[in-house]
Design a protein around this ligand. Structure first.
Ligand SMILES: NC(=O)c1ccc[n+]([C@@H]2O[C@H](COP(=O)([O-])OP(=O)(O)OC[C@H]3O[C@@H](n4cnc5c(N)ncnc54)[C@H](O)[C@@H]3O)[C@@H](O)[C@H]2O)c1
Length: 349
C-alpha cells in the first residue's frame, strides 16, 4: 500500500493498493460519526455489502446507512442530490458526520457536491471504483452536477477527507470503462511523465503503479493551482475538442475518455501517443466528424472567455504548453488539422 499526501487546504491522503477495502478503518475516521454511503445501481450489487460489513464493525461508529442511485451520467442531476439530502436528513446527519462515495466519477462528483452543501459542509471520503475516478475525478476537489445541456455547470470546489483506492475494484469493471480511464492516464503521461508511458505500454500492466504515477501528476498540478487559474489548465489536454465531440454526439456515441482520446490526437498527433491510445482500444479519429462544426461548439464552451481559446498542446510526450489563440487562429489550425487528417486517412472524410 502506498500513500500520497495532497498538500491542499485542508491536506488529505490518497491510499492506493490491493485489498484496501478489508482495512478501510485504517484510512478513515468514523469515531462518533454518522456515516452514509452513496453508490449506484451497478456498483451496489457488486461491492456495497462488502463495504458496509467492514464499516459496521468499526468501533465508535454512530450509525450507518446507504443510498443507491440509478447509474449513469444522465442521472448526474439535481434530483439525485435531493435524494442524497433526503437520506442524510432521515439519518440526521450533521456537520461532524460523513458521506462516503462508492462508485465512479458520477457518484464521486455528486456525493462530494452533496457533502459540500449539506449543513454547509460535512465530511466526504472517496472510494472510487472506476479507473477514471481513481486517477482523475476523486482527486482535486471538483464536484457537481449537470444542468440542462451543460455538464458540471452546478458545483463547488470541495476537497475530500481521504481517498481510498482499492485497485481490486477494477476486476469487475467492463473493459470499455477500463480503456475510458486509460485515456486520462495517457493524458497525464503525455503532459508530464514519459516514464508512465512505459507502464501504459507494458504487456502486463501494473495498475497499482500506473494509478500511483498518474495520481502524482494530477496531485502536483492541482496543488499548484487548486482553482484552475493557470497551470491546472494543462489537465485539459484533449478536452477542448473532446468536450465538443461529446456534446456534438449528445454524450451518447463516445465515453468521456474516448472523446478526449480523439481530442488529444487532433491537437497533438504524435505517433507515440497514437500507439498508446490504440493499444488501449481508444479511438484516435472520428469518421465523418466536421471539424468546423466542432470549432463553433468549442467557442460556446464555458472555459473559453472573450473569444480567446486556451489550447493545450504536447510538442513532445512528457511536455505540455498552453497556447492562447483567437477564433481566426483556431479556425486556421482546424483547417490544417482537417487537411492532415484527410491526408492520413487517404483522402476519405
Ligand atoms: N471531478 C473531476 O475532477 C472529474 C474529472 C473527470 C471526470 N469527472 C466526471 O466523472 C464522470 C465519469 O466518471 P466514470 O467514467 O467513472 O463514470 P461512471 O461513474 O458513470 O461509471 C461508469 C460505469 O461503470 C460502472 N461501474 C463503476 N464501478 C464499477 C465497477 N468496479 N465494476 C463494474 N461497474 C462499475 C458505473 O455504474 C457506470 O455504469 C463524469 O460525470 C465526469 O464529468 C469528474
Amino acid at each position: 500500500m502506498e500513500t500520497i499526501r495532497v498538500a491542499l487546504e485542508p491536506a488529505y491522503s490518497i491510499h492506493v493498493g490491493r485489498g484496501l477495502l478489508a482495512d478501510i478503518g485504517k484510512f478513515i475516521n468514523v469515531e462518533s460519526r454518522r456515516v452514509l454511503v452513496v453508490t449506484d445501481s451497478n456498483v451496489a450489487p457488486l461491492h456495497l455489502r462488502a463495504l458496509l460489513s467492514r464499516l459496521i464493525v468499526l468501533p465508535g461508529i454512530r450509525s450507518l446507512g446507504s443510498i443507491t442511485l440509478k447509474a449513469g451520467e444522465s442521472r448526474k442531476r439535481l434530483p439525485a442530490i435531493q435524494k442524497i439530502y433526503t437520506a442524510a436528513d432521515r439519518q440526521t446527519l450533521g456537520r461532524g458526520d460523513l458521506l462516503i462515495a462508492l462508485g465512479g466519477g458520477v457518484i464521486g462528483d455528486m456525493t462530494a457536491f452533496a457533502a459540500a452543501t449539506w449543513c454547509r459542509g460535512i465530511g466526504c471520503v472517496q472510494v472510487p471504483t472506476t479507473l477514471l475516478s481513481m486517477v482523475d475525478s476523486s482527486v482535486g476537489g471538483k464536484t457537481g452536477v449537470d444542468f440542462k445541456d451543460r455538464k458540471n455547470s452546478v458545483g463547488a470546489f470541495y476537497q475530500p477527507e481521504a481517498v481510498v483506492i482499492d485497485v481490486d475494484f477494477l476486476n469487475t469493471l467492463p473493459s470499455r470503462q477500463l480503456s475510458n480511464g486509460m485515456a486520462e492516464v495517457i493524458k497525464h503521461a503525455a503532459i508530464k511523465d514519459v516514464g508512465l508511458f512505459g507502464l501504459v505500454m507494458a504487456e502486463e500492466p501494473d495498475f497499482v503503479n500506473i494509478i500511483l504515477r498518474s495520481l502524482r501528476v494530477k496531485a502536483e498540478v492541482v496543488e499548484r493551482d487548486p482553482k484552475e487559474k493557470g497551470e491546472r489548465a494543462l489537465l485539459n489536454f484533449g478536452h477542448t475538442f473532446g468536450h465538443a465531440i461529446e456534446a456534438h454526439y449528445h454524450y451518447r456515441k463516445y465515453l468521456h475518455g474516448e472523446a478526449i482520446s480523439i481530442g488529444m490526437m487532433l491537437v497533438s498527433p504524435s505517433p507515440e501517443l497514437r500507439q498508446a491510445l490504440e493499444l488501449w482500444n481508444l479511438p484516435t479519429q472520428a469518421p465523418g466528424l466536421k471539424l468546423d462544426t466542432l470549432t463553433d461548439l468549442v467557442f460556446k464552451d464555458k472555459k473559453n472567455s472573450r473569444g480567446v481559446l486556451r489550447l493545450i498542446r504536447v510538442p513532445e510526450v512528457g511536455r505540455a504548453v498552453i497556447e492562447e489563440l483567437d477564433e481566426a487562429a483556431v479556425r486556421g489550425l482546424v483547417a490544417k488539422l482537417s487537411a492532415d487528417n484527410e491526408a492520413a486517412s487517404g483522402g476519405t472524410p
